[in-house]
Design a protein around this ligand. Structure first.
Ligand code: GDP
Ligand code: MG
Length: 211
């Protein structure tokens, strides 16, 4: 069976907060992660667009929430999904709490936006135990609703050898590993997105991650 594919992806708008966001009338997948984790690359890989996520690159400017509308094609059916690209969080000082790291408007969006169905937390496979990422995971689980899911996705898996990959899988069961370089692991992310939002289970759940 053919894996789900995104056949359309368009940048819609950038917002500063929940109040100037697009209407919450469509299921949303939020992408969050540390700066440089490969968030823009992952959005581009998933949508098969070279430069879709270029809008997020606004160094020195206010950190914006970027909305993209995408359309999946799966089994000859069309499934619209909105992707939300959140600003990368920096390498926070240990003393700082998460809410200081993120601006208030972002915290509000992450916690209160009703249309969010899936949080995709991108983590760097080379630094799987970064404290800031552990903090983010705990933080989200504090308020996540029953209709929402949380998914850990490790990027840059191509940088790990086989032994390191096995250990990562053991340490983080249920996580997905991907490489934007090798374009691997992407099918599993697509499947998770459609399963979460449309309750579609992909018959032959894409196996393996580092093909
Ligand atoms: N080897 C490798 N490099 C990656 C991968 N994903 C992203 N990168 C590189 O990591 C750097 C940061 O990527 P970018 O997408 O801009 O990260 P962002 O700051 O999270 O948006 C760039 O040099 C990318 O080419 C990956 O899966 N494997
Ligand atoms: Mg980026």
């Amino acid at each position: 069976m053919i894996a789900p594919r995104i056949v359309e992806a368009d940048f819609i708008k950038s917002a500063q907060s929940i109040s100037d966001s697009v209407p919450d009338d469509m299921s949303e997948v939020v992408f969050l992660g540390r700066s440089n984790v490969g968030k823009s690359s992952t959005l581009n890989s998933l949508t098969q667009r070279k430069n879709l996520a270029k809008f997020s690159a606004t160094p020195g400017k206010t950190q914006l929430i970027n909305f993209f509308e995408t359309r999946y094609l799966y089994d000859e059916q069309s499934y619209p999904v909105r992707f939300v690209d959140l600003p990368g969080f920096g390498y926070a000082k240990v003393s700082k709490s998460l809410k200081e790291v993120w601006q208030k408007n972002l915290v509000e969006f992450i916690e209160q936006r009703v249309s969010i169905r899936l949080y995709i937390h991108l983590r760097d496979a080379r630094h799987p135990h970064a404290k800031i990422d552990d903090d983010v995971e705990r933080y989200i689980h504090d308020f996540i609703r029953p209709d929402q899911r949380y998914l850990t996705v490790f990027t840059k898996i191509d940088k790990l050898n086989q032994k390191e990959r096995s250990k990562l899988k053991r340490d983080f069961p249920g996580s997905i590993t991907l490489s934007n370089l090798k374009k691997s692991g992407l099918d599993r992310v697509h499947v998770e997105i459609l399963e979460t939002i449309f309750n579609i289970s992909h018959a032959s759940k894409v196996s393996g991650e580092s093909k």
